[in-house]
Ligand binder design. Structure first.
Ligand SMILES: NC(=O)c1ccc[n+]([C@@H]2O[C@H](COP(=O)([O-])OP(=O)(O)OC[C@H]3O[C@@H](n4cnc5c(N)ncnc54)[C@H](OP(=O)(O)O)[C@@H]3O)[C@@H](O)[C@H]2O)c1
Length: 237
């Protein structure tokens, strides 16, 4: 990226901006003075407007050829699109959303903005070979993203992300529990600050996986993952 681009501010590409996590990430981006534009690729309107926000309505998240220009001039992509395994009809459908979609976005980004960073919102307990389908499939996405050749790629694995207005079990159980055991949750905007720092700060490189406690520290200014200059795709986890 040229110094001229840097002086104009940074461009963030955001997926999942209507969601619990993605809306916090969006807020963090809009509040950051170094960000000049957030391009939110979304299948439905965000219902919000902001001078820095550019909404791109798109329906086919496995193919982005029709909006390739939206991936141009981007500094980082924060991929927060995803859903609970409870909401999909089996492993194939879950894999489509959590592997095919991020990989399609990642490939489109590499084609149009080869020096951009990619930050994938994975999940707590993600593990290769896990007995939990969602944890196994997300690990597949993490591994596949690490092979694409990004200069900087991070998988982030937060614990619970509470919505702005928790309801049901989140309100009566998780929110009070989180006050006693803070490690059970991470604030949505705090998660956003961590993802944004990972996306925009080029003091690190390679491929890393970060857990909730590391994300909280990064959001508060702790050093980024150990430098891996010359060791692309080393994983911190
Ligand atoms: N919430 C947590 O506690 C937590 C913790 C760790 C990891 N995560 C992970 O973070 C990701 C997002 O979770 P969330 O809680 O923010 O979910 P959410 O509130 O349900 O939001 C999901 C976002 O993804 C979009 N999306 C979902 N399925 C889609 C599809 N088939 N096509 C296009 N867009 C789709 C939604 O768009 P619409 O608004 O149009 O539906 C929304 O923007 C998931 O992968 C989840 O596993 C969540």
């Amino acid at each position: 990226m040229t110094e001229q681009r840097r002086s104009q501010g940074r461009f963030v590409l955001l997926f999942g901006a209507t969601g619990t996590a993605g809306s916090g990430v969006l807020q963090a981006c809009l509040e950051d003075p170094t960000v000049s534009e957030v391009r939110a690729i979304t299948r439905r309107p965000l219902g919000a407007s902001h001078p820095k926000l550019r909404e791109v309505i798109w329906k086919d998240f496995a193919h982005f050829e029709g909006i390739a220009e939206e991936f141009r001039g981007v500094d980082c992509c924060l991929f927060c699109l995803g859903t609970s395994a409870r909401n999909v009809a089996g492993e194939d459908a879950y894999r489509e959303i959590h592997v095919a979609y991020p990989l399609a976005a990642a490939r489109a980004l590499l084609a149009e903005s080869p020096s951009a960073a990619f930050v994938y919102l994975s999940g707590f307990l993600t593990k290769r070979g896990s007995w939990m389908m969602w944890a196994r499939v997300k690990a597949e996405a993490e591994d596949a993203l690490a092979t694409l050749g990004f200069l900087r790629h991070a998988n982030v694995r937060p614990t619970g992300v509470l919505p702005m207005h928790p309801e049901g079990a989140e309100r009566w159980l998780l929110a009070p529990l989180a006050r006693v055991f803070p490690s059970l949750t991470i604030d949505r905007v705090e998660l956003g600050r961590a993802m944004l720092r990972l996306g925009l700060d080029n003091a690190w490189d390679g491929s890393h996986t970060l857990e909730s406690s590391e994300l909280k520290a990064i959001a508060r200014g702790a050093p980024l993952p150990a430098a891996t200059k010359g060791e692309p795709h080393a994983s911190a986890s």
